[in-house]
Design a protein around this ligand. Structure first.
Ligand code: G
Ligand code: G
Ligand code: MN
Ligand code: NA
Length: 253
């Protein structure tokens, strides 16, 4: 209950921030997008990890407020980069409750308008488990978002329990392979085989594929060999504040 009060105060005050982790396009060797990640800096407790406050926000319903705040901050930053001449797609993590609220499409419409942001520069990440909570509702909300040109990703793929027959029903653009597949790839040939199979599955469904949690150069080269489209992970960069990220970005020709 104590931390819940602190999170309420954080949402009202200036304690939350959004950091951005770049995604490298293996075809162009350029940063083509970033993932927005919520950060909480408490005045006394210091940095509080998302693994502590995201589940708390979901339990208490504060995720609506937090999710809206992150979405707004991400759209503002994406619009800022766009105005500066960078073509950087910003991906935002969306919790199940945000999809279930039925308000997400309206919220996204307003933000795109307000910031003059082309819809293709916004991507929403939905985890496999979120999508499986209510398949029909997810498909319908996703179709509405996709009609507007918003890009959609399935996040943490391979850790949930989605049946492959459902996968083709979701209107998706990108499949994000969960980082747990990479963490063991070095030691296990079988994990490498799974990564290869997931990439083939994604491509078979017409999706681009990104591997998360890439920490070593040999992992990146292996993924390139497997035809993976993008990589994200500490090898490329940790999540950074927007200003710190600037040197990694390349202006449009
Ligand atoms: O940044 P970090 O790797 O510690 O993130 C941990 C988890 O918190 C990840 O699963 C990430 O998706 C989640 N997360 C970070 N920011 C947000 C956010 O704004 N909304 C939601 N729903 N989840 C987030
Ligand atoms: O679940 P989601 O993909 O949204 O979470 C992203 C999380 O993964 C963030 O908390 C981020 O800090 C973390 N992360 C990003 N890159 C790496 C990496 O290379 N290794 C590890 N262990 N974690 C990473
Ligand atoms: Mn994510
Ligand atoms: Na993920």
């Amino acid at each position: 209950l104590h931390l819940e009060q602190e999170l309420r105060l954080a949402l009202e005050g200036q304690q939350l921030a959004v950091h951005f982790q770049p995604k490298l396009d293996l075809a162009t060797q350029r940063i083509s997008g970033v993932e927005a990640l919520a950060r909480w800096h408490h005045p006394d407790m210091g940095w509080i990890p998302p693994s502590a406050f995201i589940p708390l926000a979901e339990r208490t319903g504060l995720i609506h407020q937090l999710g809206s705040w992150v979405l707004e901050a991400a759209c503002a930053q994406a619009a800022h980069w766009f105005e500066q001449g960078y073509s950087i797609q910003v991906a935002v993590n969306i919790a199940a409750q945000q999809i279930e609220s039925g308000q997400l499409v309206h919220e996204v419409d307003q933000l795109l308008n307000q910031h003059g942001l082309p819809a293709q520069l916004l991507q929403l990440e939905l985890t496999e488990s979120t999508l499986m909570e209510d398949v029909e509702a997810s498909v319908s909300e996703m179709q509405r978002l996709r009609q507007r040109g918003v890009s959609l990703a399935i996040d943490d793929f391979g850790t949930g329990y989605s049946s492959l027959s459902y996968l083709q029903r979701f209107p998706l653009d990108l499949l994000k392979i969960d980082r747990s597949f990479l963490q063991t790839q070095q030691t296990s040939h079988q994990q490498g085989t799974l990564t290869q199979a997931i990439i083939a599955l994604g491509h078979g469904l017409g999706l681009k594929v990104v591997a998360e949690g890439v920490e070593y150069a040999d992992q990146l080269e292996a993924l390139r060999g497997l035809g993976c489209d993008y990589v994200q992970g500490y090898l490329i960069s940790r999540p950074l504040a927007a200003e710190q990220l600037q040197p990694l970005l390349v202006e449009k020709a």
